[in-house]
Design a protein around this ligand. Sequence first.
Ligand SMILES: [Zn+2]
Length: 265
Amino acid sequence: MVDEQKVREQIVEIATQCYGRGLLVAGDGNISVRVAPNRIIATPSGVSKGRMKPEMMVVVDLEGNPLEPSDYKVSTEWPMHRVIYQARSDIHAVAHAHPPYATGFAVAGLSLDRAILSEVILTLGCVPLAAYGTPSTHELTDAIKPYLEYHDALLMANHGAVAYADTLEKAFNKLETLEHTCRISFIARALGNENTIPDGAVEKLFEIRERSGAIRPEARTGQVCAIGRAGEEGSRRGDGDGNEKVTLTRAELIELLMESARLLN
Ligand SMILES: [Zn+2]
């Protein structure tokens, strides 16, 4: 039997940390924990994450209907949580925020898909960018749905980030790791050189990660992230006659165009 009072206190603790770490401001973001298949405890709408109290938490079913009387309402962004819980029975906690570096990536149209830090490959894997969808509508849930099976964190274009795990602590860690990595990537890009780990070494990291069960093996086959597969594809492309199709992510295309523009200048 889950101690729901403890869950409420843990959500407040994590919300306070999100606020303290600057991962969100004012009434931004929302956190939830699934305590039974159709019973979820979530942060209330419109209250700053820096001023939450355990008794303010709302208890809802998967559809977002209140299961206990409360002065507070669940966030209008509830459908984002619902679609994650529906897609993944292994997920029991969701943390959504607008961390400045991760959200900066999402505004710039970039996913976190380069193998730059070995520990991030081990714990988080690559983080794709889902297309823009108006928050609280099916546009947003439709945009994130295709990635849920393969990834444990997502960037949402012109919006923010969401991370999810079997426990709230792990979901928060993933969100924090995502923000920290976007920050490091930003600094490396600002310094002019973002070197990546060699493909062979990335493959070894994938193996360690899958053996340890730290991350879903499915993440390796994620549709948008090419970590560890770039080499394979590159060599396959090299064998062609010049008519073969080449797939680029939006970020890669932008980078290619910017590089060409630089060369022309
Ligand atoms: Zn949001």
